[in-house]
Design a binder for this molecule. Structure first.
Ligand code: ADP
Ligand code: LRH
Length: 474
């Protein structure tokens, strides 16, 4: 019956999907529709194809059939601007666009980096919403800013709002009160009218517009529920942990690596390490750092037309360990472009022979990512004082066995890999809880653990080699 079926619209930076969960007996998750996503360069500016994404969302919801509610999550920080009549101004810009170059530095000079961190608790990434708005010529004439999931929610229901987990990635939310940081917004000269009323995971967005429902062949008024609309917040909500002593790595286009805490860490050491305090479900804090993630691999594959990921991963297994390793978080790796060329240049800069074949590059990327995982997990534990006994690696990266094994070795901890669709699971579980079918975070996690296969990777190999590389490169 539709009463126990929930649809998750989950837009990742590399692919979007509409998943359906049925909670009539445990939890079964099925994919209704999947579609590619990525940057589109138009007249020198990187955009998302937001209307194309919306069209695929509608296709997916139509394929999903009758559901009790719909939830939307996506990557963070990006937004659309609406004019006074509610029409979209321009096409949303991709966070990898270069328009924000130098803005974070200027704001830190003018306001003090401590001020910003003390208010928002957010790590400095060049593309945080605050820096995008300050470099957006349309912000002055806009009426409202909607983050991507809120924009899609508006198109589906006609209702506007700002979901709080995603709002916490703007740099303009007060980390302590979880309200918009009005004094900061004013000091930055941003118009207060841009920031809509906040809503939390589990609260209603609205019912499907009549015309949308008719187009989908669904009943008018089907509820859209606010979920943890930042994809990483949904993923963390579905980490299949059974106790508190865990770290997580939400591993897709990015690797978001850290711990879950009851409150923020705002110490000078935390700011210096550029750790972020993003809002999670139930008042939790996602204390983590962005590691460059499988973007490195995605961009390598784009540079090698006709290559096959499964074949490359198999060949990378046989490559010599530690032939070349780089710091994955080099800012040069952020924009789209010739990734093998940039990795080779970084190897040369650090006195290493660059990889000489695609499998050797893949090995280099995965070892470099494992190194980044190790650093983030260890620092998260140190800076927060949280004991970490196991690392949960969720997201598409959990299907990459070599990466999971290298991460276990680098961290010196067992890695539990899966679920691969943790984000979609977190999305539907928040809806199911709002509908009264699930009790709390512990039950959500127990259900998530049964929905998709999990694999355990025990640490092995030479821990000492990782210590040495880490000391040399980081
Ligand atoms: P995002 O949500 O950021 O788009 P995903 O969580 O969907 O990312 O993860 C996508 C990544 O997962 C791909 O770039 C790929 O590296 C990895 N991945 C997905 N499926 C597999 C697979 N079968 N084997 C190895 N890696 C995979
Ligand atoms: C992962 C993610 C991450 C953000 C980035 C912009 O998809 O939401 O948490 O930092 O995209």
């Amino acid at each position: 019956a539709a009463r126990s079926r929930f649809a998750a619209v989950d837009l990742g930076a590399s692919s979007g999907r509409v998943m359906v969960a049925d909670l009539s007996d445990g939890l079964t998750l099925t994919e209704a529709h999947r579609f590619p996503n990525g940057p589109v360069r138009v007249a020198g500016r990187l955009h998302w194809d937001v209307l194309g994404l919306y069209r695929e969302v509608l296709r997916g919801l139509s394929a999903a059939g009758p559901v009790a509610s719909v939830g939307v999550d996506s990557w963070a920080v990006d937004y659309g601007l609406l004019d006074g009549r509610g029409a979209l101004i321009g096409n949303p810009v991709h966070y990898r666009d270069e328009r924000t170059a130098g803005v974070a530095e200027r704001v830190a000079r003018e306001l003090g980096a401590e001020t910003l961190y003390d208010v928002s608790g957010l790590q400095v990434l060049p593309f945080n919403t605050v820096y995008q708005l300050l470099s957006d010529p349309d912000a002055a004439r806009a009426e409202t800013m909607l983050l991507i999931p809120d924009l899609l929610g508006y198109w589906l229901t006609g209702q506007r709002g700002a979901e709080v987990t995603n709002a916490s990635t703007t740099g303009l939310l007060d980390v302590r009160t979880r309200q918009w940081a009005w004094p900061l917004i004013e000091r930055l000269g941003l118009p207060a009218r841009l920031f809509p009323t906040l809503r939390g995971p589990g609260e209603p967005v609205g019912g499907l517009r009549g015309d949308v429902a008719a187009e989908l062949g669904l009943a008018a008024g089907v509820p859209v529920t606010a979920v943890a609309s930042h994809d990483t917040a949904s993923a963390v909500a579905a980490v299949p942990a059974s106790g508190p002593a865990f770290a997580y790595i939400s591993c897709g286009t990015w690797s978001l690596a850290g711990v879950e805490l009851p409150g923020p860490v705002l110490t000078p050491a935390s700011r210096a390490a550029n750790f972020t305090n993003e809002a999670g479900v139930d008042g939790t804090v996602r204390y983590l750092r962005n590691v460059m993630g499988l973007w490195l691999l995605q961009e390598c594959l784009r540079a090698w037309p006709g290559s096959d990921l499964a074949d490359l991963l198999k060949a990378a297994e046989a490559e010599r360990p530690f032939a070349a390793v780089v710091n994955p978080d080099e800012p040069a790796f952020l924009p789209p472009g010739d990734m093998p060329g940039r990795i080779a240049a970084e190897c040369r800069r650090t006195g290493q022979e660059p990889p000489s074949s695609p499998p050797a590059f893949v090995r280099c990327v995965l070892e470099s990512l494992a190194l980044g995982h190790r650093r983030a997990v260890r620092q998260a534990a140190e800076l927060s004082g949280r004991d970490v006994e196991v690392v949960h690696l969720v997201g598409g990266g959990s299907r990459n066995e070599l990466l999971c094994r290298l991460t276990a070795d680098a961290c010196g901890l067992p890695v539990v890999a899966g679920p691969a669709e943790a984000t979609a699971l977190g999305n539907v579980l928040v809806q199911a809880r709002a509908a009264g079918l699930v009790s709390g975070l512990a039950e959500m996690r127990a259900l998530a653990a049964t929905a998709q296969p999990l694999r355990v990777f025990e640490p092995s190999g030479d821990g000492h080699a990782w210590d040495e590389i880490s000391a040399r490169l980081l």
